[in-house]
Write a protein that binds this ligand. Sequence first.
Ligand code: B12
Length: 221
Amino acid sequence: MLDAYIQSYNQAVFETDKPAALEVVNQALSDGLSPEDIVFKLVIPAVELMMALIEKDPDANLAQHFMTAQIAADVTEKMLEKFSKPPEMIGRVVIGAAYGDLHSLGKRIVSGCLKSLMVDVVDLGTNVSAEKFVDTAVTENAQVIAVSAMMVHTATSEKGSLGVRTLLQQRGLQQQIKLAVGGAPYRFDPELYVKVGADAWAPDGVTAAKVIVDLIREVKP
Ligand code: B12
């Protein structure tokens, strides 16, 4: 049954047919597949498959590139609302895409995984300045700032996580607020997170949520 959904969902995504993708999702839901399974077994693998195809073909259709992300983001957003609501939050995270970075899908997936692990998420969206990350973490009483960067220059920029680290240092907040980073550049260089002043990184949403929960536990008694 799951294989049939995977096949028809992948087909719809490949054809950039959003209504068809949503129809598969609705059918899967009404047949009893959980929202978590839809995100982790249908949506994320389909994006990864499309990414692999796109990377192999430098002339890949831009519409396919864009629509893959749009469909996945829309479905993920709808499913996240249906993720089982946690009874008690274990901590709070401020998340966003780094300054200059408009890639939102990875961050949304990380948010979904965090929510499913009972972490409260304040999502600042994309193109977030270092000041906004730190100011919001302070006003929202968050234990972790999570910066997503999909491009090398947004990952390494002084206005990205390096800027967040500098502000945390200047304001004496390093013991109260931890910094996590993620995105494609960190997968290519697993030591990059240290170079940009972060406390931790993770290669995917599920690991990200676990790593961030560990950081919350370091800070919160
Ligand atoms: C989809 C996509 C887009 C979409 C984004 C739509 C959206 N709403 O997000 C659109 C078409 C808009 C786009 C635009 C651009 N893109 Co683009 N894009 C991609 C693509 C194909 C997939 C990204 C994605 O969604 N991945 C799927 C998600 C699930 O994976 P992920 O983001 O890595 O997230 C996971 C982990 O990294 C981790 N994670 C993510 N964030 C965090 C945060 C924390 C704290 C933690 C712990 C973990 C974590 O968990 C996530 C879930 O598992 C990549 C190719 C690639 N290989 O990544 C190129 C890519 C990132 N894009 C690229 C480029 C160059 C651009 C453009 C500049 C293109 C252009 N010329 O206009 C613009 C930039 C716009 C901007 N200023 O940001 C390059 C970057 C190259 C580089 N080395 O810097 C890439 C690598 C493509 C390539 N091979 O050239 N893009």
